[in-house]
Design a protein around this ligand. Structure first.
Ligand SMILES: *[C@@H]1O[C@H](CO)[C@@H](O)[C@H](O)[C@H]1NC(C)=O
Ligand SMILES: *[C@@H]1O[C@H](CO)[C@@H](O)[C@H](O)[C@H]1NC(C)=O
Length: 501
């Protein structure tokens, strides 16, 4: 049925895949904005143009920033930062006033030769095309259902969103809440995703690891997080893109998806995942800096549990979702939002299951979870990989470890411990599979639960919960739903510490 779709869908699909020259950056119907002008060509402090620009260039070791107005060559607005050049476009008056850009220091791994590129891109493009077709088909079906709500052409949508920028404060919020998001997944239509991605300026690198890099980016004045996947982790990008684009995953406690984009530059493939930005960073980072009052610890735990329970549950119906197991839960993959609630990130390893349509989708990512957080049945390779429940049980093991990391940082009677990762006292840094297996399977160790938790009825409840996440028998462990409900009950119960003698 996708083949019968109108031609413009095909065009949109091709553009979404970067296969035709598109012009996603448009000025909004001839209206002009006023911009800050600071560059040798400026005639005054203000200029008028279709959009505002900031250009950062490095010449002979000196960086120069030019603020100005854009009237032509929207091609520039798609510029991606390099060691020598960065460029930013925005569409509100004076939106270029306070933006400062950085250059991207690129220790970029170039593929060893051009011939390798089609090898890498081929399967990914083919799969992406399949998803796109599927998403389009679904989108069509849903759109047909609500045709009475008025139609605007799909290609028109990208200009609609650009126009919206002049009036709204949070364009992203409006965009994501609006009716023109796809009916099929958490994301925007592919063309819009691409448009958004090409308008993001990278501002600062906020994280780096084996997975790649995370940058704080700026889109029309709003901070967004940009995860740039290392080339060897393209399967994770693909999996996360697939899940966010096919599953409705909007939830307060799951990291909000904005766009995915793939570009080919200088014969290397760049894979971006753009999400909401949370300045507190990961729970791991947060716990390094913060000690916690019991109430805050509970709030972090409850909110993370709500996210996990939402992932794990299958919701039936047209607005439904399959059950999802995360498979790499850890404090680095939980983010702390500005309201001090957690949200769960990184779906690159996730598996999906639908009871109603009886499918188990394990993906084909060669990556494995983080060894430190692996459940005993994963370490001794007894896990039943054909059974979806087994993956949920490994999430619960890891969730117990995250709870333990939180509880070390809770202040009880003035006492608190330093942040430590789980099993810090039993395995070396960057433990091997064998290190972990010895501790978790052979010696059957679990982390030591801080004694001081027993002095508080609520926190002792938390201690008990951890024990029930760490049962060696996976099916005996708590479920995410049970954890969520128990934590909710604990956090609403009046806190009266036991009398201390
Ligand atoms: C830009 O400035 C001019 C003159 O100062 C003013 O008339 C116009 O309304 C401004 N345009 C916008 C979009 O703010
Ligand atoms: C830029 O920063 C100055 C000083 O902090 C502030 O007064 C101004 O409103 C800012 N401009 C924009 C467009 O945010």
């Amino acid at each position: 049925m996708a083949l019968g779709a109108p031609r413009r869908d095909l065009l949109m699909l091709l553009m979404a895949l970067g296969l035709t020259p598109g012009d996603p950056v448009r000025s909004s119907g001839g209206s002009l904005v006023n911009c800050t002008c600071k560059s040798p060509e400026c005639r005054g402090p203000i200029c008028q143009g279709a959009w505002c620009t900031v250009v950062l260039v490095q010449e002979e070791g000196v960086s120069r920033e030019h603020r100005s107005c854009g009237t032509r060559d929207p091609e520039l607005c798609r510029g991606r930062p390099t060691e020598f050049f960065n460029h930013y476009c925005c569409y509100k008056s004076f939106c270029n006033q306070n933006v400062s850009l950085t250059l991207k220091a690129t220790p970029s791994e170039q593929p060893s030769g051009d011939g390798q590129l089609p090898l890498v891109l081929g399967p990914v493009l083919a799969l992406l095309a399949l998803i796109a077709l599927g998403a389009l088909a679904l989108w069509h079906i849903r759109r047909r259902r609500r045709k009475n709500r008025g139609l605007h052409s799909q290609l028109g949508e990208s200009s609609i969103i650009l126009k919206a920028s002049e009036q709204r404060d949070s364009m992203l919020g409006d965009l994501l809440d609006s009716d023109c998001t796809t009916g099929s997944g958490s994301g925007l239509p592919f063309l819009v995703q691409r448009t958004v991605a090409r308008q993001v300026a990278l501002m600062e690198c906020v994280g780096k690891g084996r997975y790649g890099e995370v940058w704080r980016g700026l889109w029309h004045g709003e901070s967004v997080a940009v995860k740039i996947f290392s080339s060897r982790d393209e399967q994770s990008w693909f999996r996360e893109t697939e899940i966010y684009n096919t599953v409705l995953l909007r939830h307060d406690n799951i990291l909000g998806f904005i766009a995915s984009d793939m570009t080919s530059r200088n014969s290397s493939t760049q894979l971006w995942l753009i999400t909401h930005y949370h300045e507190h960073g990961s729970l791991y980072d947060f716990l390094q800096r913060q000690t916690l009052e019991p109430q805050l610890a509970l709030q972090l735990a409850v909110s993370a549990a709500c996210g996990l329970a939402h992932l794990h549950v299958e919701i039936f119906g047209t607005q439904g979702k399959p059950a999802i197991a995360h498979r790499d839960l850890k404090s680095r993959n939980v983010l702390v939002k500005s309201n001090l609630q957690c949200c769960i990130a990184d779906l690159g390893l996730a598996v999906m299951h639908s009871q109603s349509s009886d499918y188990l989708d394990i993906g084909n990512n060669p990556r494995v979870g983080t060894k430190r957080y692996m459940a005993p049945e994963v370490l001794d390779e007894q896990i039943r990989t054909d059974c979806f429940e087994s993956y949920k049980w490994t999430d619960i093991w890891a969730f117990g470890l995250v709870l333990w990391e939180i509880t070390r940082r809770v202040i009880v009677n003035g006492i608190v411990e330093d942040y430590r990762p789980p099993f810090y006292d039993a395995v070396p840094n960057d433990p091997s599979f064998e290190d972990m297996k010895k501790v978790v399977c052979v010696d059957q160790q679990t982390p030591v639960i801080p004694n001081r938790l027993a002095a508080d009825p609520v926190l002792s409840g938390l201690a008990q919960m951890m024990r029930e996440c760490w049962y060696p028998n996976p099916s005996a462990r708590l479920t995410a739903l049970r954890i969520k409900k128990t934590l909710q009950k604990l956090s609403s119960s009046p806190r009266k510490p036991k009398a201390t003698h």
